[in-house]
Design a protein around this ligand. Structure first.
Ligand SMILES: Cc1cc2nc3c(=O)[nH]c(=O)nc-3n(C[C@H](O)[C@H](O)[C@H](O)COP(=O)(O)OP(=O)(O)OC[C@H]3O[C@@H](n4cnc5c(N)ncnc54)[C@H](O)[C@@H]3O)c2cc1C
Length: 424
């Protein structure tokens, strides 16, 4: 990356092609204290932007999506500068409950009816390989982020009853995913949950999302990525050969490509149909290693909205759900006590041996898509601009997929699943 002499940063001469990327709604991405921030660990070091920059790729967003994309771009030998308006690992990422599932929100059977069996199979398999890729990268980089492989138990609910789960398990088995239907006795033995059965799957995992993202950013910085915060990118002007970014510091960035990893801060530039922002709530109990279910699997329900839970390394239980339409930050935040109490009551009914009193409670924005699939790839009408919208319950898995897809797109290489996740 080369620093070029300061001049008026905003691309005023190119107004016609300029896209303002200020958020449609000024979203406060989360409130309350997520359990992952309790250790008081420092954010990765970043610096102010004090000059114009010229770089191969500019990444906007210092969360897990930006981190994984930056890692993949550095692997490809590109120079990368990253900008975040509030700081690194300060957005939605530390609010995540960080269940790294390959299971997409839309059951394979339902998704197959919507987009076709073969496309649904590809989406599910890409999701499975996303988890595997993330696991391999964590091992490569030696990141200490409490990553643990876990099974998942998918319980019957309002979306799929036991007969529906049986069909779902059969559909997954047909395409070779590691899912089987288990009966009441097996479920009880593995989880302590008394329900008529569940889908039991291998191939998922859990992680501390803040440690993971911080570790990725530290590794990226050591390998030459330039981390700048607080810097808000306020406009993007794609030119003939390069893209010019304007920032609130008055400095400009000239980049060969730009990646918008801006999370749920929806921008005017990114409005793919079927994607919307909702509110969600989460809590963590006190540590109780001796009361946990034997398998310590990830648990979620075939319901809408669904309750989900996992354990942490120190024996806490993390649970979330109660999703509702996003109205405004104040209303969402005022609802934290009531929503968390409801999550606690549901958890108690499911796992009577757990003390469900909340030690930590928080709320956040959450992105949903009508298919449960992310939007990843080239931004229509903005050449050399790419976006990562990992909307859906598997946001982190989708960020791992995005890293691979965006790297390929910038290198001019084809990706076999570009048609599934495109923004068009
Ligand atoms: C309560 C909750 C539970 C969840 N549970 C799970 C789960 O179990 N499993 C899972 O896989 N996913 C889960 N998710 C989703 C997952 O956390 C998200 O998909 C993921 O954290 C999004 O990461 P990101 O990097 O895209 O966004 P963020 O972490 O929000 O990062 C985006 C960054 O972009 C910056 N930014 C935005 N606009 C600009 C601009 N113009 N200029 C500069 N910077 C800008 C923001 O400041 C922000 O820091 C959950 C989310 C929530 C809220």
């Amino acid at each position: 990356m080369a620093a070029v002499p300061p001049r008026a940063g905003r691309a005023k001469s190119n107004r016609a092609a300029l896209h303002a990327i200020d958020a449609i709604v000024p979203l406060k991405l989360r409130t309350g204290v997520p359990v992952w921030l309790a250790d008081g660990a420092r954010a990765p070091a970043s610096t102010a932007l004090v000059a114009n920059l010229k770089v191969d790729v500019a990444v906007i967003g210092g969360g897990i999506s930006g981190a994984l994309v930056t890692d993949a771009l550095l692997q490809a030998g590109l120079s990368v500068a990253v900008f975040d308006r509030i700081g690194f690992v300060r957005g939605s990422t530390p609010a995540s409950t960080a269940m790294l599932q390959f299971e997409i929100d839309q059951p394979l059977t339902t998704l197959g009816q919507r987009i076709g069996t073969a496309r649904a199979a590809r989406a599910w398999w890409r999701s499975a390989s996303g988890v595997a890729r993330l696991q391999a990268r964590i091992a490569d980089l030696g990141l200490r982020c409490d990553f643990r492989e876990r099974h998942t138990a998918y319980l019957p609910g309002t979306v799929l009853d036991l007969a529906g789960l049986r069909r779902e398990a059969a559909a997954r088995e047909r395409i070779g995913l590691r899912s089987v239907l288990i009966d009441r006795a097996a479920l009880l033995g593995l989880t302590g949950i008394d329900k008529p059965g569940a889908i039991w799957s291998a191939g998922s995992a859990e992680v501390d999302p803040a440690k993971l993202a911080r570790g990725l950013w530290r590794s990226a910085a050591k390998r030459g990525a330039m981390l700048h915060a607080p810097v808000e990118v306020i406009d993007i002007a794609p030119g003939k050969r390069r893209v010019t970014l304007g920032t609130d510091t008055g400095h400009g960035i000239s980049a060969g490509s730009v990646v918008l990893a801006t999370g749920y801060a929806l921008t005017k530039l990114l409005k793919p149909p079927g994607y919307r922002i909702i509110s969600t709530w989460a809590m963590a109990t006190a540590p109780q290693p001796d009361a946990l279910w034997p398998s310590r699997c990830l648990i979620w329900e075939a319901s809408d909205p669904y309750l989900y839970c996992r354990t942490m390394r120190d024996g806490r239980v993390v649970a979330g759900g109660e999703d509702a339409a996003f109205e405004d930050d104040a209303k969402r935040d005022a609802l934290i006590p009531a929503k968390v109490a409801r999550i606690g009551r549901k958890l108690q009914r499911l796992l009577p041996m757990i003390d469900t009193a909340a030690d930590f409670a928080w709320a956040g924005c959450f992105g949903e898509s009508s298919t449960g699939l992310p939007a990843i790839g080239a931004v229509p009408g903005a050449p050399r601009c790419y976006a990562v919208m990992g909307f859906g319950g598997n946001g982190i898995t989708f960020s791992a997929i995005a890293a691979e897809m965006v790297q390929r797109a910038i290198l001019g290489l084809p990706d076999p699943d570009a048609d599934l996740f495109g923004l068009g």
